[in-house]
Design a binder for this molecule. Structure first.
Ligand code: GLC
Ligand code: MG
Length: 250
């Protein structure tokens, strides 16, 4: 019996090519019947936007859902109830109100919709040129106030401010350990900046889909490559290619 933990981003990774997604779903469904496989969706979306996506695309039911760039874990994806232990880790050194007050001074930062402003994530849209100049300043301003945060820029538009204890990689690590999967039997898949944290969890296997964004391509070029596979195919096709590359699927 083979076993593996599949952790995949949604937009432009699992989702983006319907035919390829249907094929991947078939493989995973067949394999799930015999083997010890768990699937985690790890998305930047809030649970609200995740649910909207499930109405538009055919997604298998995951064993757990990581939302809002690793800052909300749902062990039962059907229930609107986050994992309390994870919430507790995120709440350390996190002062949402102060972050909102400090960031209000910058007109380049355009707040994202309310659904994406969650307990442990403050999110904006900002252009690449403004981001380049503002991110270092923002880091200083937050640090000067004693705030320990992570600033993550994705897809040349989304800027997320997260607690220091939260990101996609740390959330995956938490669930991997909880469920007892070895890193060698864990495969993460992504396409953009907020997935870099997923790929940074050593020594998990990684699949970068062929349509990856420049920030992830650049990160990949700076890494040693054997545990990360850069697929030729796009989206779910790239995931399938990567799972075969690592012999998780035949
Ligand atoms: C999703 C979220 C958004 C976030 C982005 C990048 O689009 O809805 O809030 O900024 O992912 O992480
Ligand atoms: Mg994505």
């Amino acid at each position: 019996m083979s076993q593996f933990l599949l952790v995949t981003d949604l937009d432009n990774t699992l989702v983006g090519d319907r035919a390829a997604l249907a094929t991947l779903n078939q493989h995973l469904t067949a394999q799930r019947q015999n083997d010890n496989i768990k699937i985690i969706y790890s998305t930047g979306r809030s649970r609200f936007l995740y649910q909207r996506l499930t109405q538009e695309e055919t997604l298998l039911c995951p064993d757990a859902l990581i939302c809002s760039v690793g800052t909300a874990i749902y062990l039962n994806p059907d229930e609107d109830k986050t994992d309390a232990e994870w919430d507790n880790k995120l709440s350390q050194n996190w002062d949402r109100e102060l972050i909102v007050a400090l960031t209000a001074h910058y007109s380049d930062l355009m707040p994202q919709p309310d659904s994406e402003q969650t307990d442990y994530k403050v999110s904006f849209c900002i252009s690449p040129s403004a981001a380049k100049e503002l991110i270092p300043r923002l880091k200083n301003v937050l640090a000067e106030k004693g705030l320990k945060t992570k600033i993550i820029y994705s897809a040349d538009k989304d800027l997320d401010i997260l607690p220091e204890n939260g990101d996609k990689g740390l959330a995956l690590q938490y669930l991997r350990e909880k469920w007892g999967f070895e890193p060698e039997n864990t495969v993460v898949c992504g396409d953009s900046g907020n997935d870099i944290a997923l790929f940074s969890v050593e020594p998990c296997r990684g699949v970068i889909v062929g349509n990856a964004k420049p920030e992830l391509r650049q990160w990949y070029q700076e890494q040693e490559r054997d545990r990360c596979y850069f697929a030729q195919d796009f989206c779910a096709g790239g995931i399938l290619e990567g799972l075969k590359h690592f012999s998780f699927l035949t």
